[in-house]
Design a protein around this ligand. Structure first.
Ligand SMILES: [Fe+2]
Length: 266
């Protein structure tokens, strides 16, 4: 059984800045300590975008330093808070497509992980996402060459509405197009997304889909008067994927819960 750790929406800021009272770097490092301690046999980490809160060079440099000692391969995606040029400058080794998008394929055992770039830097609705024709064409080729592998697709913006109007207004604008493409490949078995800062599971086009909490700040149940910036300081979390012969099993693990204790009972 292969184990993949998934972090998302880590929202790095410059030294001395915070999001509310939270330091995103402290939160990520606490999550990594917990994850690496509890899952020492994880094979890799995927971070599903919103790496930097403002997409600024100093924020990416801080992230680069924070990950320097991580003992596992870390695969970085970008989200609506990121800026592609600044990210690529800070992480020149990160795979990009021939059209300059931050997308990659990772084959592990009989699984293929496909990491997509849903950032739309010209979005009419700020923070919404889109997969342009170039990115969809690249995805089609990655699916065509997947052979007998089972495919897990990673996106920052989830390809489904989540029922919170404020978040659905800044969703993936061409999710229908993406799902039509994925639906033509029955070996696509799981979608993993971020963006909403909340543990959510459901289906998109009939494909099981899971979203994880941020390592930093979270979304509450959103009332109509709330906007997408409304956040709550619940514990951070990360995802843990078990890639099993029988399918993909998705766990979400909170970390740094005050007073957390292991209980024994009979
Ligand atoms: Fe985010």
């Amino acid at each position: 059984m292969r184990k993949i750790l998934v972090f998302t929406d880590i929202h790095f800021v410059e030294h001395g800045q915070r999001i509310g009272h939270l330091d995103p770097e402290e939160r990520l490092l606490a999550g990594l300590r917990h994850a690496l301690g509890e899952v020492p046999d994880a094979e890799r980490i995927v971070i599903c975008g919103d790496l930097a809160h403002h997409g600024r060079a100093a924020q990416y440099e801080r992230l680069r330093a924070a990950l320097a000692d991580c003992p596992l391969p870390v695969h970085l995606m970008i989200g609506n808070h990121d800026r592609r040029a600044a990210f690529c400058a800070a992480f020149p080794d990160a795979p990009v497509t021939s059209t300059g998008h931050v997308q990659q394929v990772i084959d592990t055992g009989d699984f293929r992980l496909i990491l997509l770039d849903t950032l739309d830097e010209q979005a009419e609705v700020e923070h919404s996402g889109r997969l342009c024709a170039d990115r969809l064409s690249w995805l089609r080729a990655a699916l065509d060459s997947s052979g007998d592998r089972r495919v897990i697709v990673f996106t920052h913006h989830p390809p489904m509405d989540v029922g919170f109007d404020a978040m659905d207004r800044i969703g993936l604008t061409n999710k229908t197009e993406l799902l039509a493409l994925l639906g033509a490949y029955p070996n696509v078995c799981q979608i993993i997304s971020g963006h909403v800062h909340r543990t959510i599971s459901g289906g998109a086009g009939g494909i099981p889909t899971a979203l994880f909490k941020s390592s930093c700040h979270q979304s509450p149940i959103m009332r109509p008067e709330m906007d997408e910036h409304t956040s709550i300081d619940e514990p951070g979390a990360f995802g843990l994927l078990y890639l099993m012969d029988t399918g993909v099993v998705v766990h979400s693990e909170d970390f740094d819960i005050p007073g957390r204790r292991v209980l024994f009972y009979d």
